[in-house]
Design a protein. Structure first.
Length: 64
């Protein structure tokens, strides 16, 4: 994760939130594949709920 997202505390918070969201949605992901998740600096300002909505929208677009 780029330093543009924020300082180490902010980057780690975003990383923990994304990890939790991906684990929650693991049933929707295909086994045997690697997934790369990138974020923009605006991700640091999102609440957990807003970040979850973004992840949901991305997974719906990709996996229907």
């Amino acid at each position: 994760m780029s330093r543009a997202v924020g300082n180490a505390v902010v980057r780690n918070r975003v990383r923990r939130r994304l990890r939790s969201l991906i684990v929650d949605h693991s049933a929707r992901l295909e086994a045997g594949y690697g997934y790369l998740v990138g974020v923009t600096p605006s991700a640091a300002a999102l609440s957990y709920t807003d970040l979850a909505a973004s992840v949901d929208a991305i997974l719906v677009d990709q996996h229907g």
